[in-house]
Ligand binder design. Sequence first.
Ligand code: M5T
Ligand code: MG
Length: 242
Amino acid sequence: EPIKGHVTFNHVTLTYTKDDDSALKDICFDAPPGKVIGLIGSTGAGKTSITQLITRFYEPEIGEVLVDNRSVKDYNIKTLRKHIGFVLQEPFLFSTTIKENIAYGNPDVTDHQIMDAAKRAQAHEFIMNLPNGYETMLGERGMGLSGGQKQRIAIARAICINPSILVLDDATSAVDMETEFKIQKALKEVMQGRTSFIIAHRISSLKHADEILVLDEGQIVERGTHDELLNNDGQYKRIYDI
Ligand code: M5T
Ligand code: MG
């Protein structure tokens, strides 16, 4: 049964360990299918934690997380995770071929689909310039590729999975401007028609989000579009003005 990617948080509180303060406190939002949600806030604010609840890596102490109006608890966890693609700051790559790295987690994918995904991820060109192309063996954790190249391999992998929900956790950090431009272009492509969560430190990658949630110490302290938030004269505007 296909998943549309409608994500809802109803009064979600998450506590990792009993003695600690809650990492998330009373989080409420609604992300209709295909919408782009931006998450911003200082380190430890709870951005990654929100995305980990969607995949059910953790379960909330209070409240519920819904996908397509159904509690994530009621899904077969493998089915649920098949519909969620992650592109992380430190992409996990394996010491196998580039082709296998793109196909990872998706054994049925064809060579044609792999190449198509790499093209859309702006990765095809650099792969073809390697002596062994798609058959190039990578070292441990992707050794032999630059950070930006690794990220584009991870984006190609997410495209192959064809997820309804996409999580980009700081996907364009620590790369030069030209590479960032290429990655942004690739991400725009992969976000089409998918409910996307963009976690960013730089506001530039969030400008076009349908809704931006500003987090601070586990709470949503502000929400709105880029323009709305700039008019607010709150935390978002202060980050923007830096
Ligand atoms: C929020 C704690 C973390 C912090 C709070 C993922 C994770 C987080 N935490 C745990 O105890 N265990 C975990 O597995 O929860 O952390 P976050 O959600 O990772 O914050 P962030 O993504 O906004 O921060 P950053 O640094 O990635 O910008 O108290 O210790
Ligand atoms: Mg994080």
